[in-house]
Write a protein that binds this ligand. Structure first.
Ligand code: HEC
Length: 498
């Protein structure tokens, strides 16, 4: 007896006879299965979309029925990587246990169609802009060709926005040029012209992943099957005049050569943001100064970071980022009263699916709340996602075969001062990581060993009065202002730029 049958038997034992009799009514495609599939799968599984086959009618669903039961029972589909936990997400794609059981019961019952007249119509899909024509459409300046076969491609494209004044934006919508192969994207803003420089140096359209995004400000992302992004709670994005948009696109080759020229639509707002907000990344800058150094073959490598929020805030979304080796990622908040809350846990991190997890309700985090981040990486040959076989030592870096990792909490404040104090605390967090790396002689993420860093290391060692090779808070007091004003940190804002 399979699990579904077992639970059906159990149900019958506990239900009064009348309902038990109703249970025996066969589950049919038209009445029970179609609503689940059309609502939860067809956004991606229809012709011209990223899903590898269509699930749009009785025939196509019947043909894949067994596989559908497998992937829904093990929760690989619909894709959703946050484990159920302490908080609820408003964009949760996962199916309920009842829906999963219905699909299994249908297969057990022999996949009956039922009365075709009962089959609901397919939802209406918009192939064009979903929330109306944007105020500005920024389109990739050149098309990019995605080969039929081969590894997934991650590539950055610069799109000048040519804004003549600072602008508030209330919604951003992404329109993939070739939806069959565009898997997800991340948006950044660049105010320094760096992206244009990288693009000019790269012969093909756009530029590769071997450039750091540290100079850019991350503004959000889009995943296949996601709705247009509208900021909640009256919040707005700020786009400074002259900023360029950088779109990092993940392409998933699908057997046919495709040409993509995607667009991003901006909806301007005549009102500024209702509240100041920012992103708190733990550790900042995707862990650039975390000193990540994962030895070849290491099965469970842990990276941890702790950041204490200096001001009251309300968190409204969380997002995790790492590359192929990460397995498990967690962010836990411990409030000053000792209450602890898991804001995100993903025990099946998948580099191919990067999404924002929006909280159903904003979560109040008082000043003094401790955020603990943990990532577990698997650099063994038995990790099927390991891009290098045999495994090699992996350090922090922007290429997809390097590693990085952090969890980002989108938070809003009552005052600008609270936001600025939070940025300052993040900056000091980076300064402290810088000091730790120099003291350890781990220059990973700092651009490798160079004369300037070695000199800095010598100076720091002079402050280590008790010669324990670490700087205590007292010993650090002198080092912090010096590092804070160093050339390296000056170019290094915790959120890309202010
Ligand atoms: C957000 C887009 C999206 C949604 C929603 C979605 N899928 Fe998928 N599905 C994909 C993609 C993309 C793949 C290809 C594999 C991958 O990238 O993970 C896939 C692969 C599959 C596979 C093949 C798995 C394999 O191992 O080859 C099955 C079966 C499947 N999906 C069923 C479903 C069902 C059933 C639902 C709804 C309950 C669903 N999918 C919802 C995007 C989606």
């Amino acid at each position: 007896m399979n699990l579904a049958q077992k639970s059906a038997t159990l149900l019958c034992l506990f239900l009064p006879p009348l309902q038990g009799a109703e249970e025996e009514k066969p589950v049919t495609f038209s009445k029970d299965v179609a609503p689940i599939i059309f609502e939860n799968c067809t956004t991606c599984h229809r012709p011209g979309q990223i899903g590898p086959f269509a699930l749009t009618d009785y025939k196509t669903v019947k043909r894949r029925a067994k596989q559908i039961v497998e992937v829904t029972e093990d929760r690989t589909m619909p894709p959703w990587h946050a484990d159920p936990g302490d908080v609820k997400f408003s964009n949760d794609r996962s199916l309920s246990p009842e829906q999963i059981k219905l699909l299994a019961d249908w297969v057990t019952a022999g996949r009956p169609e039922g009365d075709p007249a009962e089959t609901p119509p397919l939802p209406e899909f918009h192939e064009d802009w979903q929330i109306g024509k944007p105020d500005q459409i920024a389109t990739m300046t050149e098309p990019f060709t995605v080969p039929a076969e081969g590894r997934d491609i991650y590539r950055n494209f610069v799109i000048p926005l040519n804004l003549e004044k600072d602008t508030w934006v209330e919604a951003v919508e992404f329109l993939p040029g070739a939806p069959e192969v565009v898997h997800h994207i991340l948006y950044f803003l660049d105010t320094k012209g760096k992206a244009r420089e990288y693009d000019a140096r790269d012969k093909r359209p756009g530029f590769g992943m071997n450039r750091s995004n540290a100079d850019f400000r991350y503004i959000g992302g889009w995943d296949v099957g996601t709705q247009p992004t509208e900021l909640p709670h009256g919040l707005r994005w700020f786009i400074p005049k002259g900023a360029d948009l950088v779109v990092q696109i993940h392409y998933h080759p699908n057997g046919k050569e495709m040409t993509d020229q995607s667009s991003v639509g901006f909806h301007y707002s005549d009102k500024p943001t209702a509240r100041p907000w920012t992103i708190v990344q733990v550790p900042p800058h995707f862990g650039i100064l975390q000193g990540i150094d994962i030895k070849a073959g290491e099965k469970e490598h842990l990276e941890k970071a702790t950041f204490v929020l200096p001001e009251d805030c309300e968190a409204f979304a969380v997002n995790a980022h790492a590359h192929y080796l990460a397995k498990r990622m967690e962010l836990t908040a411990t409030l000053p009263d000792g209450k602890s809350m898991r804001l995100l846990r993903t025990s099946r991190w998948d580099f191919r699916w990067q999404e924002d997890y929006a909280f159903e309700k904003p979560i109040k985090l008082p000043a003094g709340t401790r955020l603990d981040m943990l990532i577990s990486y698997d650099n063994s040959a038995s990790n099927p996602n390991n891009p290098t076989n045999p495994p090699k030592d992996v350090r922090w870096g922007p290429a997809t075969t390097d590693e990085m990792g952090s969890i980002t909490l989108a938070t809003m404040f009552d005052t600008r001062e609270q936001k600025e104090a939070t940025h300052e605390a993040l900056r000091i967090f980076l300064v402290n990581q810088f000091i730790d790396r120099l003291m350890e002689g781990n220059f990973n993420g700092l651009g490798g060993r160079n004369a300037k860093l070695v000199d800095g290391q010598k100076k720091l060692k002079l402050l280590d009065w008790n010669k324990d090779s670490k700087l205590s808070p007292g010993e650090r007091a002198l080092a912090i202002p010096a590092i804070r004003n160093s050339d390296f940190m000056k170019n290094f804002s915790p959120i890309g730029f202010e």
